[in-house]
Design a protein around this ligand. Structure first.
Ligand code: HPA
Ligand code: ZN
Length: 338
C-alpha cells in the first residue's frame, strides 16, 4: 500500500451514489439462488464475472436486472445490504445514502415491505456494528411510466418517514426528467429530497431538466454537463453536488480511459464533485477502489482527495450539525496525518 492508499483508506467519507442491487457480489448471487431454489444462467462465479463486460449503460442494466432476480425475501435484502455496509466500513465510509429500485422487485411479485424491511434492518445493524449512519433513496425506473412511479410512491407511503429522497435511474436516453415532473413534485410535497441520474449518457439538456423541472438537490453523475459552459457555471455557482463514479464511467464507456477522467477538471471548474461506487459488484470496486484508481490515473494530490471527501459530507442529506461533526473529524484526520 502506498502512502496515498493508506491515507485514502482511513479518510472519513460518505457514499452518496450506490445502488444496493448493484452491490450483489457473484458469490452472494449463487448463495441466494441456492437458498431460493432459483436457476441462474451461470455455472460458476468466474463465469458471472466474465459476463460483466459492457459497452454501454443498457448492456449493464440487462445483466443487473437479471441478477436482482435472486433477491426474494426480507432476509435476502438484509444480507445484501449487510454485506455492502461491511465493505463500506472497511473503506472508511461513516455515512451512506443508498438507492434501491423497488419496481425491480415489485414487478416480480415481491412485496414492497419485504424489500424495505430487509434494508432497514441492515441499516440499524450497520449503525450498531460499524457506527455507520445511512439513509434510503427510493429510485424510480425511468424506462417505466410516470404512472408506475406514482404507484411506487403510494406503496412507499407507510415508510416515508424512513426514506430521505427519491431518485431516477435506469435507461437514460429517451427518458428525460421531464417525463417525471409530476411525481417528483408529489415527492417534494411529501418532504422528500430529490436526486436524479442526469448527464451519464443523456445530454446536458437532461441536467437542465433535473434542475428546473425536478428541482434536484443532487445530480447523479452529471459528466455531460461539461459539454455546456453555461451549465457548468450555473452548477458551480449553486454548489450543486455531483455524485461522480469513476470506475462505473470506465466500465460503461462514459470515459474511454481513466487517465482522461474529468474529476480534477470538475474540481478546478468549481464543481462540487464527489467519488462514489455506483454498482461496485459490477464495476470492479467499492468506494476506496474508486478513490485509489482515479487518484492514480489523474495524479490527484492530497488536497484534491480531501476536497472530494469534504464534498461528500456537505453534499449529503444529513442535518448541518451532523455535517459539521463529520467535517471536524475529517480535519482532525488530515491534521494528524500530516
Ligand atoms: N445508471 C442508471 N441506472 C442505474 C445505474 C447507472 O449507473 N446503476 C443502476 N441503475
Ligand atoms: Zn447510478
Amino acid at each position: 500500500m502506498t502512502d496515498l492508499d493508506s491515507f485514502i483508506a482511513g479518510l472519513p467519507k460518505a457514499e452518496l451514489h450506490l445502488h444496493i442491487e448493484g452491490s450483489l457480489e457473484p458469490e452472494l448471487m449463487f448463495a441466494l439462488a441456492r437458498r431460493n431454489g432459483i436457476d441462474i444462467p451461470y455455472a460458476s462465479v468466474e463465469q458471472v464475472r466474465a459476463a460483466y463486460a459492457f459497452s454501454n449503460l443498457q448492456d449493464f442494466l440487462d445483466i443487473y436486472y437479471a441478477g436482482a432476480g435472486v433477491l426474494r425475501t426480507r432476509r435476502d435484502f438484509h444480507d445484501l445490504a449487510a454485506a455492502y455496509f461491511a465493505r463500506a466500513a472497511a473503506d472508511g465510509v461513516v455515512h451512506a445514502e443508498i438507492m434501491f429500485d423497488p419496481q425491480t422487485h415489485t414487478d416480480r411479485g415481491i412485496a414492497f415491505s419485504e424489500v424495505i424491511e430487509g434494508l432497514l434492518s441492515a441499516m440499524a445493524e450497520a449503525e450498531a456494528e460499524h457506527g455507520m449512519t445511512s439513509k434510503l433513496i427510493l429510485s424510480f425506473l425511468r424506462h417505466l411510466s410516470e404512472e408506475a412511479a406514482f404507484a411506487t410512491l403510494e406503496a412507499a407511503e407507510p415508510w416515508l418517514d424512513r426514506i430521505a429522497a427519491v431518485g431516477l435511474d435506469s435507461s437514460e436516453v429517451g427518458h428525460p426528467p421531464l417525463k417525471f415532473a409530476q411525481v417528483f413534485a408529489a415527492a417534494r410535497d411529501r418532504g422528500l429530497k430529490i436526486t436524479a441520474h442526469a448527464g451519464e449518457e443523456g445530454p446536458p439538456e437532461y441536467v437542465y431538466q433535473a434542475l428546473d423541472l425536478l428541482h434536484a438537490d443532487r445530480i447523479d453523475h452529471g459528466n455531460r454537463a461539461l459539454e455546456d459552459p453555461v451549465l457548468v457555471d450555473r452548477l458551480a455557482e449553486m454548489r450543486m453536488t455531483l455524485t461522480v463514479c469513476p470506475l462505473s464511467n470506465l466500465k460503461l464507456c462514459v470515459v474511454d480511459d481513466l487517465a482522461r477522467h474529468p474529476i480534477d477538471r470538475m474540481l478546478a471548474l468549481g464543481l462540487k464533485a464527489t467519488i462514489n461506487s455506483d454498482d461496485p459488484a459490477y464495476f470492479g470496486g467499492y468506494i476506496g477502489d474508486n478513490f485509489r484508481a482515479v487518484a492514480r490515473a489523474r495524479g490527484l494530490d492530497r488536497e484534491e482527495i480531501v476536497a472530494l471527501a469534504r464534498n461528500s459530507f456537505t453534499g449529503s442529506f444529513l442535518p448541518p450539525e451532523a455535517v459539521a461533526l463529520h467535517l471536524e473529524k475529517l480535519d482532525a484526520y488530515v491534521a494528524a496525518y500530516a
